[in-house]
Design a protein around this ligand. Sequence first.
Ligand SMILES: [Ca+2]
Length: 75
Amino acid sequence: MVMDQEQFEAAKQEFDQIDTDHDGYITLEEAVEWGATQGPDVGRAISRHMNQDRSGDGQVSFEEFLRYKMRDYDW
Ligand SMILES: [Ca+2]
């Protein structure tokens, strides 16, 4: 699936907002913290995504985040 430049930039911006220490990975802590500002539904959605983390390292890389976005998951 192809993502256009605008969608990519939007996803990058969103990722940077969630990745508060900017190490390039979203941890569960960062996801929960971000979710807390977005409402309980978002927090639950993020927890679900963390459970589906493909690499199983408990963190979401930008690449994994993009995959979620491309599949149009409801964050
Ligand atoms: Ca981080």
